[in-house]
Design a protein around this ligand. Structure first.
Ligand code: MN
Ligand code: MN
Length: 285
């Protein structure tokens, strides 16, 4: 049972599509993120949780959520990135919203490349301990430490807001300021920021944004992060038209209790609920 609280249906037409990307070839430290999609699906079973979000959306009744399956990640990286792009284009071509299960964070670049073909102005909300703005890492411009540098230099997004950062280098700060990136660092986080976006919004959620106490199942432990509650509150209070999301960097080899996979499911459910809610704003405000 791998069904997001029982909400997954089989249908040719749908509102939301889960896309797995079992890929970790661009991880600079530990492998394991390729096991992420299967672990997230397993943790989502309707035998353990129900299809309601905290804001009262019934994902089973109020939306058609399908599981598109996994992108083929065999062969070289260029092929994988092209297949990711094609999968996202197929979903947005149906006016539906993709929910990508990573995989390491490198997969966000081809996802956004696809979205940029559909949305001329796109905003990004990026939860992460790291800015992922390296020009290159160990000679690799497509490392999981680099996707937002590629996205911004290619002009694929108009706006990038980062939340949860606590491992920025001076080089990455320089890249951030060159591209007008708004970095909401942990050291400056006060209460729950209410974020509003005028352009269609894509959320990229690196699970290491969460404190390792709440989400140990990631490759790069960086203490001092968000509580799962803080992340959910920020998502609930968003004022934006959400057009898709990813949850990346789950490393099940470091998640023996499954708590990180459970946090991933929680983040996905609550964000999917925001996608389903009609109109802009939230019931909280
Ligand atoms: Mn990342
Ligand atoms: Mn990270």
């Amino acid at each position: 049972m791998t069904d997001f609280g029982g909400a997954i249906k089989k249908s040719r037409d749908y509102d939301l599509a889960i896309i797995g990307v079992p890929f970790d070839e661009k991880s600079c430290f530990l492998r394991g993120a390729a096991l992420g999609p299967a672990a997230i699906r397993a943790a989502s079973t309707g035998r353990a949780l129900n299809p309601f979000t905290e804001l009262g959306v019934n994902l089973e009744k109020e939306a058609v959520l399908v599981d598109w399956g996994d992108v083929d990640t065999s062969g070289d990286v260029d092929k994988t990135f092209s297949r990711i792009e094609a999968a996202v284009l197929e979903v947005v071509g149906k006016k539906a919203r993709p929910i990508i299960l990573g995989g390491d964070h490198s997969v966000t670049y081809p996802v956004v490349r696809a979205l940029a073909k559909k949305f001329s102005a796109l905003s990004l909300l990026h939860f992460d301990a790291h800015p992922d703005l390296y020009e290159e890492l160990y000679g690799d411009r497509y490392s999981h430490a680099c996707p937002f540098a590629r996205i911004m230099e290619e002009g694929l997004a108009k706006e990038l807001v980062q939340v949860g950062v606590r491992a920025a280098t001076s080089d990455q700060r320089a890249v951030a300021s060159r591209h007008g990136v708004r970095m909401i660092e942990m050291k400056d986080l006060e209460g729950g920021p209410v974020l509003s976006f005028r352009n269609p919004l894509y959320i990229s959620f690196d699970l290491d944004a969460l404190d390792p106490a709440f989400a140990p199942g990631v490759s790069h432990h960086e203490p001092g992060g968000l509580t799962t509650r803080q992340a959910v509150d920020i998502i609930h209070s968003l004022k934006a038209n959400l057009v898709g999301m990813d949850v990346v960097e789950l490393n099940p080899t470091r998640d023996p209790s499954g708590i990180t996979a459970a946090a991933a499911v929680k983040i996905i459910k609550e964000t999917a609920g925001k996608m389903v809610q009609k109109g802009r704003g939230s019931r909280k405000n």
